[in-house]
Ligand binder design. Structure first.
Ligand code: AMP
Length: 218
């Protein structure tokens, strides 16, 4: 099954994608993660997108479409792909359909995760991850048992916050979402592919709703 998780920053797409990877052997294709990896390994492309990302603006369609195409042709995805943070524009959505077709695949469903804006700000400004294993935490909702130690891998002093998880960048990211990405909701609805889940529930509760949506689509 190939699915898109769509929703504003902080809706929980990455968290739910990670669960689907563990539970269903799916492959998560997060363009945000790919761009951050390019940035931290210092590639030319990484240097080019660093400022854009830090401000919360969108990088060009050409760059992210290239990243996705590369993964579609090389990644081994028996369990299917989860597109997380991609597509973010109508041009990206059209390109995804073409790229999937080229590799003999198709999109099965699009799950929209809805969360109100106030909750998003709270979620994003408090979140951090373990730099060693990637486990996600939150100052208020999911603090680690020991302040500087990861509950999952036990590493100390590895917690990091995203450079764009601050109020200014978040405003830009939300604006980009409403201007560029939210039209995709109508686009996929018109294609009969859209399903909605309430992203405000507990992580497990939202995961159950997503599982129900996938069952319906399968
Ligand atoms: P994310 O981790 O999905 O929140 O993405 C972080 C940042 O990477 C975004 O604010 C954009 O600057 C950039 N980015 C990620 N995915 C895309 C995309 N599909 N199109 C354009 N820019 C993207």
């Amino acid at each position: 099954m190939n699915i898109i998780l769509i929703g504003p920053p902080g809706a929980g797409k990455g968290t739910q994608a990670a669960r689907l990877v563990e539970e269903r052997n799916m492959v998560q294709l997060s363009t945000g993660d790919m761009l951050r990896a390019a940035k931290s390994s210092g590639t030319e492309m990484g240097k080019m997108v660093a400022g854009v990302m830090e401000r919360g603006e969108l990088v060009t369609d050409e760059i992210v479409i290239g990243l996705i195409e590369e993964q579609l042709t090389t990644a081994d995805a028996d369990g299917g792909f989860i597109f997380d943070g991609f597509p973010r524009t109508l041009a990206q959505a059209d390109a995804l359909a073409v790229s999937l077709d080229k590799v003999g695949q198709k999109l099965d469903t699009v799950v929209q995760m809805t969360v109100d804006d106030e909750a998003l700000v709270k979620r994003i400004t408090g979140r951090f991850t373990c730099g060693n294993c990637g486990e996600g935490y939150h100052d208020e909702f999911k603090a680690p048992a020991k302040a500087d130690t990861c509950d999952k891998c036990g590493e100390t002093g590895t917690f990091k916050r995203r450079a764009d998880d601050n109020e200014d960048a978040l405003k830009t990211r939300l604006m980009a979402y409403y201007k560029e990405t939210s039209p995709l909701i109508g686009y996929y609805y018109a294609k009969g592919m859209l399903q909605q889940v309430d992203g405000l529930g507990s992580i497990g509760g939202v995961a159950d709703d997503i599982a129900a949506a996938l069952k319906k689509a399968g």
